[in-house]
Design a protein around this ligand. Structure first.
Ligand code: RIB
Ligand code: CA
Length: 325
């Protein structure tokens, strides 16, 4: 049985990998994509997404432009030092010959939730502004979706844009707090695991040498990302933030530890702004689920996800199978 999915992204190099991985999963039924400002602005993220979908043979998937500014403050120019000025590492994709859906991303999400009540899986790999706006538009949304999986936060690991904050949450902490407190089942896929699963040069070489166009296009984006991570890991390689969130959402990567615990986002103006404060005080007695908590926090994941991702992206079906799904 296929799983209807709404994907919310700020495309972005690792967002592009995540999207390619998502469309390569035969049981995932990608019903719509919303873009949000983050790595680049929401409009550029939509252009990148449309162009990549054309490469992936998925021109059928609606793409809606989401929020340009964050809930309480304006977008401030993104992360060109990480993802390049165009968000996809300077790669030049052929322009897709279609345009965006007329709805806002929040409206698209609400519409899909009504079309697939109780079944829609939401996967968010950028700032959570669109999801927060969708909660404002449709207060019944938490009861309509099956799950919300978020690439974001840092539980016990350090942050990546401040000592304690991860970029997606730090860009819009108020939206993140609205999402984690909405009562729907949220799974956070934080830096604790996304920095532990790394794409190495040998994986990149396999993407670059693949027979199909899609993995070669992805490889052409990754040079910039590998260089950014050289300073962080001491070698050219790449964290796999967003694809790992997709894999957790779809059950193709199964966490070893993902306790359900209280999570609060720091929305203050001090040095902790954007921190995901996860109550892990139970860790010394085995981290049982907290009876009232609605957020799971993925803390470890033992599979060789770099290998799984590389295989999925270079499999002959990757570029075409989902088109007929
Ligand atoms: O912190 C990593 C996250 O920030 C990823 O989703 C990346 O694409 C950026 O949005
Ligand atoms: Ca992202």
């Amino acid at each position: 049985m296929s799983t209807p999915v709404y994907f919310d992204c700020d495309t972005g190099i690792d967002d592009a990998l995540a999207l390619a991985y998502l469309v390569a999963q035969p049981h995932a039924d990608l019903r719509g994509i919303g873009t949000v400002s983050g790595n680049v602005d929401a409009a550029q993220a939509a252009r990148n997404t449309l162009d990549l979908l054309a490469v992936l043979g998925r021109d059928d998937v609606p793409v809606a432009v989401g929020e340009h500014d964050f809930l309480t403050h304006p977008y401030d120019g993104g992360a060109p030092h990480v993802h390049g000025a165009n968000g996809i590492g300077g790669a030049r994709l052929e322009a897709a010959d279609r345009t965006v859906d007329g709805r806002s991303a929040a409206q698209l999400l609400v519409d899909l939730a009504h079309q697939h009540p109780g079944a829609l899986r939401v996967v968010a790999v950028g700032p959570l502004t669109n999801l927060a706006r969708a909660l404002e538009l449709e207060p019944r949304l938490p009861g309509l979706v099956a799950s919300v999986t978020v690439m974001g936060g840092a539980a016990l690991a350090p942050g990546n844009v401040s000592p304690v904050a991860e970029a997606n949450i730090a860009n819009d902490p108020e939206a993140a707090q609205a999402v984690v407190s909405a009562g729907w089942p949220v799974t956070l896929v934080p830096l604790d695991v996304t920095m532990a699963h790394v794409l190495e040069q040998a994986h990149l070489d396999r993407l670059a040498a693949a027979g199909q166009e899609a993995p070669r296009v992805l490889a052409s984006m990754l040079g910039q990302y590998f260089e950014f991570y050289r300073d962080i890991f001491g070698r050219a390689c790449s964290a796999m933030h967003d694809p790992l969130a997709v894999a957790v959402a779809l059950g193709t990567a199964v966490p070893d530890a993902a306790p359900r615990v209280p999570v609060v986002v720091d929305t203050g103006d001090g040095p902790g702004r954007g921190q995901t404060i996860c109550d892990l005080r139970g860790r010394y007695r085995g981290l049982a689920d907290h009876p009232e908590a609605t957020c799971r926090v993925v803390l470890s994941l033992g599979t060789d996800f770099a290998e799984d991702l590389t295989r999925a992206l270079t499999a002959p079906v990757a570029a075409t199978a989902a088109a007929g799904a």
